[in-house]
Design a protein around this ligand. Structure first.
Ligand code: FE2
Length: 428
């Protein structure tokens, strides 16, 4: 046995559980495991979870804040203009360096897998070359999945289609799109059809920025669901953002959601970015702009929350904290019942893993020994505290650790599972 974790609480509420790992996989999950192990971790009743999974990110832009200048207005439009200034002047090496720094941060925050869009509207495919290199370099500690993303529109940008084909030939994993950004509704619908057909031909998944708009008539999700079913791609297609659903007519939504269920469409809201950027044209009352998470969840759709941006032209904040993302999604979606709050934890862990199609994800016997030990007693407390990631485990080895924090007060007013001796000065 390589690793034995003692007395952990699992996300489903089971307490006092031991987890034994060998050869990079989980070999036993039960109480009272009594076996020799090279390393033993006393979880002291704290929550252990499979790693956080970020199903929507832009790694080609991350950590570029201030480069070549700041987004002074903080708006989406200035962000797009800024990205247009940065894209032609950034080198492969610069993107690789920033992305690797972000991956280090993400791993320290317990993230084990990221789906990143990469802009292919650049004839040099600088971002694609950089992130393929990064995917390769981080593969032993982070699963990175890349989406070929035509930021300027697959039809609207004159060379986007050939660049998308080149990117997929180079090994990008997933087909992306941005139908609401094409010139017309018809072009948007045609782009969905064309891109889904490309994915079907190549046996790839699809993940489109879809209807990231407050326009209630932005209905490309309908075409996305239709094409998914027509091409027999159920469960392999995701709609990211889907914010126009917030503003749609209720009667239309009552027809739309069953179509999405039929297509087993995956849904990826990005709570931090959606609440920040949507409804900028509204007076008061202002719409929230997040898609209809409670209704989509009640219909049985798989929903994963994404972080979208960290310190880039669009969003100056963020720290690779998927509990921050869950916290915002919970508030914006008014997901405040105990069951809904527990579900928000799933939305940044197992739901997102399912969307990405990750193999061996979970805490069952036979799963990969990838885990994060949190300074919290259950998933709700983890979200409340944005709990400290005490230990990050990959393939049965501790690859990162953070000391417990005294500010993590539990409900009885005492620091949550903190041993003050941890803070005593250590002899030299
Ligand atoms: Fe995005």
């Amino acid at each position: 046995m390589d690793l034995l974790i003692k007395n952990a609480t699992l996300p489903d509420g089971q307490t006092g559980m031991d987890i034994a790992c060998g050869k990079g996989v989980i070999v036993a999950v039960e109480r009272g495991i009594d076996a020799e192990a090279k390393k033993v971790i006393d979880a002291a009743g704290q929550l252990i979870s499979p790693p956080f999974v970020d199903p929507h990110f832009h790694m080609d832009a991350t950590l570029s804040l201030g480069n070549p200048r700041m987004n002074t207005s903080g708006t989406l439009l200035e962000g797009i203009a800024l990205w247009g200034e940065l894209k032609p002047v950034q080198s492969i090496d610069e993107i690789v360096a920033r992305a690797l720094r972000y991956c280090d941060l993400a791993v320290s925050m317990g993230i084990g897998a990221i789906r990143s869009h990469v802009d292919i509207c650049d004839d040099a495919l600088t971002g694609v070359q950089a992130l393929l290199e990064v995917r390769n370099q981080v593969s032993h500690y982070l699963d990175l999945q890349l989406v070929a993303f035509p930021q300027d529109g697959i039809f609207r940008d004159p060379t986007a289609m050939q660049n998308l084909t080149r990117a997929l030939d180079m090994g990008v994993d997933v087909v992306g799109g941005i139908p609401h950004f094409e010139r017309t509704m018809q072009d948007g619908a045609d782009s969905v059809k064309t891109l889904c057909e490309i994915a079907a031909d190549r046996g790839l998944m699809v993940d489109m920025h879809c209807d990231e708009s407050d326009d209630p008539l932005s209905r490309h999700v309908e075409t996305l669901a239709y094409e998914t079913t027509r091409l027999d791609m159920q469960g392999r297609v995701a709609g990211s953002h889907l914010t126009s659903m917030h503003s749609m007519d209720n009667y239309y939504v009552s027809k739309l959601i069953p179509l999405m269920v039929e297509a087993e469409l995956r849904v990826i809201p990005n709570p931090l970015i959606n609440i920040m950027l949507q409804a900028r044209h509204d007076n008061y009352p202002k719409r929230r702009g997040q898609t209809r998470v409670p209704e989509l969840k009640a219909a049985g759709l798989t929903i994963g929350f994404g972080s979208d941006c960290v310190m880039d032209p669009w969003y100056s904040l963020g720290k690779a904290d998927m509990l921050d993302v869950a916290h915002m999604g919970l508030h914006v979606g008014q997901l405040s019942s105990r069951a809904d709050m527990m579900w928000c934890f799933d939305a940044v862990t197992k739901n997102s893993a399912k969307i990405m199609g990750l193999d061996g994800y979970g805490l069952e016997v036979g799963c990969k020994a990838n885990m994060v030990l949190l300074q919290a007693k259950d998933p709700i407390e983890a979200i409340r505290l944005r709990a400290t990631r005490l230990k990050v485990i990959r393939a049965g080895k501790v690859i990162c650790q953070t000391p417990p924090t005294l500010s993590a007060l539990s409900i009885d007013g005492r620091p949550a599972q903190v041993n003050p001796a941890d803070y005593a000065p250590k002899p030299e």
